[in-house]
Design a protein around this ligand. Sequence first.
Ligand SMILES: NC(=O)C1=CN([C@@H]2O[C@H](COP(=O)(O)OP(=O)(O)OC[C@H]3O[C@@H](n4cnc5c(N)ncnc54)[C@H](OP(=O)(O)O)[C@@H]3O)[C@@H](O)[C@H]2O)C=CC1
Ligand SMILES: O=C([O-])CC(=O)C(=O)O
Length: 273
Amino acid sequence: MPRTVALLGFGTIGQEIARAIDDGTISSSLGAIYDNQPDRVEERIRQFSVEPRIVTEMHQLTASADLIVEAAGQSAVKEYAVSVLESGCDLMLLSVGALADADLWKHLSTTAERTGASIYAPSGAIAGIDAIKAASRVGALDSVSLTTIKNPSSFEGAPYLDTLDYQVQSLSEPRVVFEGTATDAAAAFPSNINVAVILSLAGLGTDRTRVRIVADPNEKSNVHQLDATGRTGTIETTVRNVPSPNNPKTSYLAPGSVIEKLQDLESTFHIGT
Ligand SMILES: NC(=O)C1=CN([C@@H]2O[C@H](COP(=O)(O)OP(=O)(O)OC[C@H]3O[C@@H](n4cnc5c(N)ncnc54)[C@H](OP(=O)(O)O)[C@@H]3O)[C@@H](O)[C@H]2O)C=CC1
Ligand SMILES: O=C([O-])CC(=O)C(=O)O
């Protein structure tokens, strides 16, 4: 039976999901939307024919749906994810970087086990999660690393920039701005590197997944290069993603991944790992 979906966050990704429900790409219905700015939601929802409730309380959101799709930010995951799972609703997360906090991840997992709710973390803006999952199921991964290259404008607002002794916006050539674990990357660049945590959850965990972030003033795409080695061989993928027109931080591939995951939940034929 088609599900009712509700959206936590109605920005770039939230609107693409609403569009996919509106045009029938996803057979679910849209029950409600919760966002920091309800007035802006009212304006944005007018472009579609769906008429979800625009709510201002989390319990209204969970009462309206079977599945909450979070497309808001790490802070929203920290604030609301447990109560969503407590309500029995399933939860699909985009701001997966929040799960680099091991205590939060454990809390969410145990809550979901107790209430019977499911947590989904779609592949988002990266390619190769299918192969990483398959390799890890036979215990075959030795190393996993990610190199992300973006235009400096995509890093605007990242807390880590304040610790640098130069301005990324003034760079005239590519520069490695961060090297470390996925755990540290998720805190340093909360709106840019959720993909590193998806990769970690699929593979070796956030402390054993290495991340390199490059700011390149000549780069127009959001590039994610994955390199893994192990007993099944090597896994190398590169995506050169088109940034979303309204939010250069977010690759256009990311909403596609959520829409595919939502449609897969309604399907009888499941492709890929
Ligand atoms: N997993 C992946 O591969 C990817 C993950 N992402 C992540 O997905 C999330 C959504 O991305 P995107 O749609 O581009 O972001 P946008 O900034 O375009 O939209 C987010 C919306 O959520 C609202 N919001 C933020 N915090 C809260 C909150 N605590 N409660 C309610 N509403 C809130 C924002 O309001 P306001 O403007 O007032 O803050 C905004 O309307 C981000 O965290 C992003 O980092 C993005 C791309 C890929
Ligand atoms: O959209 C992207 O390229 C990746 C991204 O922002 C993230 O992982 O948070």
